[in-house]
Design a protein around this ligand. Structure first.
Ligand code: 3NM
Ligand code: MG
Length: 529
């Protein structure tokens, strides 16, 4: 059975080095265990071996890889590839040139090359290689590096050029489709990668249009006492992270988020709140924390002036219902729409009473919201779906993820707004003329559900972010990631003993992430789930 190089899985790319094998094992045994643990491709890299020994061990390892249906790649030695009829070759920048190799190996064999900078990546494109090994990411004991490690930022820069003439992907979900995959140069990162950093390598190494296809490792598997377990653990981590990064929508969001958090602080939007009396202080603090300016006003006479402030935006939060509420909300919307400003709706307690249902109905009729955000009960009520489970302003019970997407999509398509349904998992959807984007978010500490106003203050952040960016979907996603990741980090400080101490710690972490982002440190975003 021959291997079709178009469908090769590069996710766990094992590179050998017999000098690292533990005394109790052998290279063949380590490779066997690694394959059993889930290695998807093996490169035989024996820098010191004599030709005959290289071929001898190559035969044994090729038998193993054949049985597993995965490719064997030979480092550097065209003669050994031919002798073994191996599936491919990997070369460095100083080895034989690619056109000569291709001439001898033909179109079906896999050719990979090591690249360490943008120029080499561009050349790899011209040479039409099948994959590149990008490295070294980190320092390593396994190879004498000629250049200093590039970090995940360096890998991202290479991924920006590697497949950069790729056509815009059209599919609604933003996933890469089969045909294009065949023409993409695959990529793995290498150098100092192991079980504990693989997730962040994959999540930090990407561009808006490209992602890694796997990680290449030597010592963390070849040097392991239990190569099976080491590989299995690495594979689980890598598969989960790759799955996330294969979505173009996710990459676009992750690429934009740190920049957006910094830009909100630098732009300082004006966030006019028409909100409930429970959360005014908390909302104002949160708005200031991200560098925006809050105002709380129900005074119709000043709406026009506020709407004229540069980067102003309006948050309508229906939290405490009043008799005059509806007319004021409508006046606010009209004032902001007249200036082409964004208005965000938080239909708090939407399903709780007939009065709120009526108010919501009329707000939706006027429409035009950039974003509508709410919990499950609120969004369900806004979507006009029967059976919203609400008690007071809290959502109770939860539908399946599929059902929740269905509800959110319904509201998104009838309103044209970006719609965010919060909960243990958050659902974000936007329909526009061109496509539908949808995301499911899994970040956020459970204490967010143990304090009052946690949804309302997220509304403040969403409004601040959507004031600054044309793309309200990405702006909302960025605000959500900032908020939920901050909530997790807050608890990890060790200074949180319950919901009471959680609130100040949450504000601190949002401030902290904003500072990091302004310093162009985007490592926090790799926690996105
Ligand atoms: N190539 P480990 S780094 C074989 O930078 C190799 O091109 C590199 O070993 C490159 O996983 C490297 O043990 C060694 O750090 C990677
Ligand atoms: Mg070489």
């Amino acid at each position: 059975m021959s291997i079709d190089k178009k469908v090769v899985d590069y996710s766990v790319y094992l590179v050998t080095d017999s000098s690292l094998v533990p005394e109790s094992s052998s290279l063949v045994r380590q490779v066997e265990e690694a394959i059993r643990g889930g290695a998807t491709i093996v490169q035989l890299r024996e820098k010191e071996a004599e030709t005959r020994d290289f071929i001898e061990i190559g035969k044994k390892i090729h038998e193993l890889t054949r049985k597993a249906g995965i490719p064997l790649i030979i480092n550097d030695r065209l003669d050994v590839v031919l002798a073994l009829d191996a599936e491919g070759i990997h070369v460095g920048q100083d080895d034989m040139d690619i056109p000569t190799i291709r001439k001898h190996l033909g179109p079906e064999k896999i050719i990979g090359v090591s690249v360490s900078n943008i120029e080499e990546a561009r050349q790899a494109r011209v040479d039409d290689v099948d994959y590149v090994g990008i490295g070294a990411v980190f320092g390593t004991q396994t190879k004498n590096l000629k250049k200093s490690p590039m970090g995940t930022g360096g890998v991202s820069e290479i991924l920006m050029v590697l497949n950069d003439d790729e056509e815009e992907e059209q599919s609604a979900s933003g996933e890469t489709n089969g045909n294009k995959l065949a023409r993409r140069i695959q990529s793995v990162a290498i150098g100092g990668i192991n079980q504990s950093n693989a997730e962040s390598v994959i999540k930090e190494s990407f561009s808006a249009h490209d992602h890694l296809d796997g990680v290449a490792v030597v010592s963390c598997i070849i040097g392991a006492e239990d190569a099976f377990k080491a590989t299995k653990q690495l594979k689980e981590t890598v598969v989960e992270a790759l799955d996330i990064m294969k979505s173009r929508t996710i990459r676009e969001l992750l690429a934009a988020t740190t920049y957006m958090v910094a830009a909100v602080a630098e732009t300082s939007p004006f966030v006019h709140h028409m909100t409930n009396t429970v959360v005014t202080n908390f909302s104002a603090n949160m708005t200031i924390t991200v560098g925006a300016s809050p105002a709380m006003s129900e005074c119709v006479e000043e709406f026009d002036d506020f709407a004229k402030i540069p980067n102003s935006s309006l948050l309508i939060n229906m939290g405490t219902a009043t008799f005059e509420g509806l007319a004021r909300f409508q006046a606010g919307m009209k004032a902001y729409y007249k200036q082409n400003r964004r208005v965000v709706l938080d239909p708090v307690g939407a399903g709780a009473s007939q009065h709120r249902k009526n108010v919501l109905q009329q707000l939706l009729e006027l429409g035009g919201f950039a974003v509508i955000k709410g919990n499950e009960g609120e969004i369900t009520a806004a979507a006009g779906v029967e059976g919203a489970k609400v008690r007071g302003v809290d959502s109770v019970g939860s539908e399946s993820i599929e059902k929740r997407f269905e509800i959110v999509e319904k509201l998104a398509s009838t309103t044209g707004s970006v719609v965010l349904m919060t909960g243990e998992e958050d659902v974000l959807v936007h329909h526009d003329k061109k496509n539908t984007r949808k995301l499911l978010f899994r970040n956020g500490h459970e204490y967010l559900s143990k304090i009052t106003g946690s949804g309302c203050v997220l509304g403040s952040l969403v409004t601040a972010f959507s004031a600054c960016f044309e793309d309200a979907f990405l702006a909302t996603g960025a605000a959500l990631l900032l908020y939920t990741i901050a909530s997790e980090r807050a608890v990890e400080t060790g200074r949180v003993h319950g919901p009471g101490s959680f609130v100040p710690a949450l504000i601190d972490q949002i401030y902290q992430i904003s500072q990091e982002s302004q310093n162009r440190d985007s490592s926090w975003i790799s926690r996105a789930k």
